[in-house]
Write a protein that binds this ligand. Structure first.
Ligand code: DLL
Length: 433
């Protein structure tokens, strides 16, 4: 039977959800106009005042906020509350440009942890569960967010953070952990290590995993479910909007319910900014309705996905987003063709490989080159050159069928590619260097 953390909210009628959104949106727009000079300037530039926003239908009138705005306003320029009201910051890893720093009041943290608690209960969690949180702790939102959610549900929480994989497995087994929270790539690595230790799924007490923070394919889900003997649930979020728990998967495992009492989602055409109808693929844009310290209106995530309001068998009424196909800035354009790393991953897993791969893009004599380095698995490993060439050829053909372009394939021995304990680095694009 499906269980909910806050059933009266998660299963509210559409009218009720819309009523909450309308009321909170008006309040939030007035709040940023009054308290954030950066926002007021952006709204004035677009010729819009709080009086122009009377309901969610007027959302399109508001200007977008982008990562560039966050950089420009860094660090305090988008805060709607004085520092004395804030109790925490979290931050992104800042691999591209300046870090994003997000601020939280105690109330912000409370609501964020509720969102994470909804995800844990949707994955079957109760106060009888032991929840191991193997996302990184510290500035990254994964550890603190799921840790807080786990406390709210009343699970016994094991805050291992990431790394030290054998110790992770020791805790899972010794303390009978039933729920594992980490990135999907780390879950795969934990599974691989368990296999090497001779452990079969029935010797592992886990029953569910809550995996997110990076794109992962359906095939990778199957792989992790089989290796760990669990049901694997997706969870999505970003630092700018608190962290994990913006949306989460239910038992149907067909996309993530967006916590619409806190966030309004839109899909736009990333090129024109035009709002697209339900079912169309485009860039996800969020408006945070309840955040006090660091509210964002129409924030462009760069994540590409599809929204659906089709009734869900779990009983939740929140709109669902598909797994992000990738980020618009992760999308590779190779010889003019759009390539998402997730498409390559799908092919590799369909062909019996695991998600241990790296994509190398370069430009030689003014022509783009695409190379996929893939590990053989212990099962299909061979050191016979003829056999390896045959295996490479068959992958080249499968990739060509999926992508429409030639990708060179280089098979390497198991354990050649570095494993990730957090977000995996899949793409090395030398053209940018
Ligand atoms: O990754 C928050 C998080 C932590 C989500 C733990 C889920 C679990 P950032 O580091 O700010 O925050 O990165 C946000 O990661 O815009 C997406 O591109 C990507 N992302 C997050 N969740 C998913 C997911 C955290 N389930 C960026 N599937 C987002 C695909 C995801 N991509």
């Amino acid at each position: 039977m499906e269980r909910y953390y806050q059933p009266e909210i998660e299963c509210a009628s559409r009218e009720q959800i819309l009523a909450w959104q309308n009321e909170r949106l008006l309040k939030q727009v007035r709040n940023v106009w009054d308290n954030v000079p950066y926002y007021r300037r952006k709204m004035e530039e677009k010729g819009v005042t709080p009086d122009d926003i009377r309901s969610v239908d007027d959302l399109y009138k508001l200007p977008f906020v982008t990562k560039d705005d966050l950089r420009e306003a860094y660090p305090y320029g988008l805060m709607a509350r004085p520092v004395k009201d804030c109790v925490r910051i979290q931050s992104t890893s800042g691999t591209t440009g300046k870090r994003v720093v997000a601020f939280y009041t105690q109330h912000d943290i409370d609501l964020w942890e509720d969102c994470c608690a909804r995800a844990i209960v949707a994955a079957g969690g109760t106060n009888e569960d032991v929840c191991q949180v193997s996302y990184g702790y510290g500035l990254f939102t994964g550890g603190p967010g799921l840790n807080g959610g786990s406390h709210k549900v009343g699970c016994l929480t094991i805050p291992t953070s990431s790394g030290n994989t054998e110790r992770q497995i020791m805790f899972i087994r010794d303390l009978n952990a039933t729920i594992l929270c980490c990135t999907p790539s780390y879950a795969a690595y934990i599974g691989e290590t368990m296999k090497e230790m001779g452990l079969t799924p029935d010797q592992i007490p886990l029953k569910a995993g809550i995996f997110g923070a990076e794109a992962w394919s359906e095939e990778m889900r199957q792989d992790i479910q089989n290796t760990l003997g669990i049901k694997a649930y997706d969870i999505y979020g970003l630092t700018e909007l608190s962290g994990p728990g913006v949306s989460f998967e239910c038992s149907e495992q067909t996309g993530m319910h967006i916590n619409e009492d806190h966030f309004i989602a839109e899909i736009i055409d990333p090129k024109t900014g035009e709002v697209l109808p339900e079912g169309a693929q485009g860039e996800l844009v969020f408006t945070s309705l309840t955040k006090e310290a660091f509210p964002l209106l129409r924030y462009r995530t760069r994540d590409i996905c599809v929204l659906t309001r089709k009734q869900c068998s779990c009983g939740r009424t929140f709109v669902k987003m598909s797994k992000p196909r990738g980020r618009s800035d992760d999308m590779l354009i190779v010889k003019g063709v759009n390539v998402f790393p997730s498409q390559i991953e799908t092919v590799l897993l369909e062909q019996g490989y695991q998600a241990n791969y790296q994509i190398l893009v370069d430009r030689v004599n003014n022509t783009d080159t695409l190379e996929v380095m893939v590990e053989m698995t212990p099962e299909n490993f061979s050191d016979n050159l003829g056999k390896i060439t045959d295996m490479e050829k068959s992958l080249v053909a499968a990739l060509k069928a999926m992508l429409g372009i030639y990708a060179k394939v280089r098979l390497v021995a198991p354990k050649t590619i570095a494993r990730s304990e957090g977000k995996a680095v899949r793409v090395i694009d030398k053209r940018k260097i």
